[in-house]
Design a binder for this molecule. Structure first.
Ligand SMILES: [Zn+2]
Length: 185
């Protein structure tokens, strides 16, 4: 299974990184280029601590799905360049903002050469402030092969993460890094 965090880096990233480190678990962070430009040290920390990264657009604007394929492609490339400039690594996957794929986005992603990566278990952590509710929703659907969608900025996410990682450990599930290779297997 895999843990993924979207929209990073944010003000919550450091806390999530500390919890992951304490449990010796690696995750995949889908980076927003503009967020990385605002918090370059946190992007470098994500990479330095051995987590995987993906491209999650540069601007993450709600209007992005309405743009032309050329504009969306330029946004994808801007995010990749920003990540490369800051952390010296190139993302090899793309997760579209809001999980929306329309014909223009599909064309832009194809032209970018990056495989599109979704999730199988949406936690709704951005809309579930009650920790026990969020944790039980995730744990109920936890199974081998699950790709969990989380975010590192809601206050509730670090509140449930230690218990979630304990449950993953208890079930002998291992967290793998997402990569184009693992998605094909
Ligand atoms: Zn997002």
């Amino acid at each position: 299974m895999a843990l993924s965090f979207d929209d990073s880096p944010t003000d919550g990233t450091a806390q999530v990184l500390a919890i992951l480190k304490a449990h010796k678990v690696k995750a995949t962070f889908f980076i927003v280029g503009a967020h990385a430009a605002a918090r370059p040290d946190l992007l470098r920390q994500i990479v330095h601590e051995g987590h995987a990264i993906g491209n999650h657009s540069h601007c993450h604007e709600h209007t992005l799905p309405m743009r032309s394929a050329a504009t969306i492609l330029a946004d994808i490339r801007q995010c990749s360049h920003t990540i490369q400039d800051i952390a010296g690594v190139t993302p090899h996957m793309y997760r579209p903002p809001f999980g929306v794929v329309n014909p223009a986005i599909a064309r832009a992603v194809a032209d970018s050469g990056l495989p599109c990566v979704g999730w199988s278990l949406r936690s709704f952590d951005t809309a579930t402030p009650r920790p026990e509710r969020l944790l039980s929703r995730i744990v109920r659907r936890l199974k081998p092969g699950a790709i969990i969608l989380l975010h590192d900025y809601p206050a509730v996410t670090p509140q449930i993460l230690p218990a979630l990682l304990q449950e993953i450990e208890r079930r002998n599930l291992s967290c793998v890094l997402l990569s184009p290779e693992i998605l094909q297997s």
